[in-house]
Design a protein around this ligand. Sequence first.
Ligand code: MN
Ligand code: MN
Length: 301
Amino acid sequence: MEDLEKWVAAGDIAREVLGKALDLVREGVRLLQLAEELESYIRRMGAQPAFPVNISVNEVAAHYSPSVNDEAVIPPGAVVKVDVGVHVDGYIADTALTIALSPRHAALVDAAQHALREALSALKAGARLSEIGSAVERAVKARGFKPISNLSGHSMSRYVLHSGKSVPNVHTGARERVRVGEVYAVEPFVTEGAGYVVETDYGAIYRVLSVRSTGIRELDSLLRDLWRKYRGLPFSERWVYREMGEEGLKGLRRLVSIRRVYLYPVLVEAGRGAVAQFEDTVVVTRRGIVNTTRVLELCRR
Ligand code: MN
Ligand code: MN
């Protein structure tokens, strides 16, 4: 696979960033400061964020990235998920870890690590994607927790974060198989709650859906600008605000209302149970699986 080294390069940087997150996450730290520090670290290493750094606390499962004036801080005893996306020339690494600030959540975090380990050993060319879901479900339930059934891993391709195939976290019976040449983000989510997530009515992560003309010159120009910078990858309202100020945010909201831009709703656990997540990016080659992020090695440090 000729582009393997680019997927690997993105993975190396993403792992460095998560290593930094391990040092920085502690009680009282502002989520805004943490996200900005990690994103600027990505840029300093010569890569770009493939999406805004997600920092999801306790029962928040995914898609929380600090907004422009976010005041939130890491609360005492929190379970903190840091999910990082890095791209080098469109080649993406998507990786996440969970830090428990209280020993009360150690078993939950351990179950999520175990689930990722089992998912990775089930993932090979020719395997059914559903078998990976079964492996995750079995691993998690054996530890007395629940997998989150409506969150899944995903295939990726250059500049595309979700390129069509899902890696379930429960048994689904789906017949699709893993193929040589594919790239997957594998991400079991584990909870002590109800086992599924629901949408909230807030969010700060966006993605261009269509560049079809809006009929309004200023909006078309903003839309083209966003497409040129991010293509179909998710971006933060913070990045728009930094470059275009309040006007940019206003335009962004109008583009959401006419469905040229998608706003990702923050996802919370339906039973308000704490959630843990670990995620790796793997490339399926003829010679086997190449794990570009190896997040579990980082956690053994
Ligand atoms: Mn992720
Ligand atoms: Mn992912």
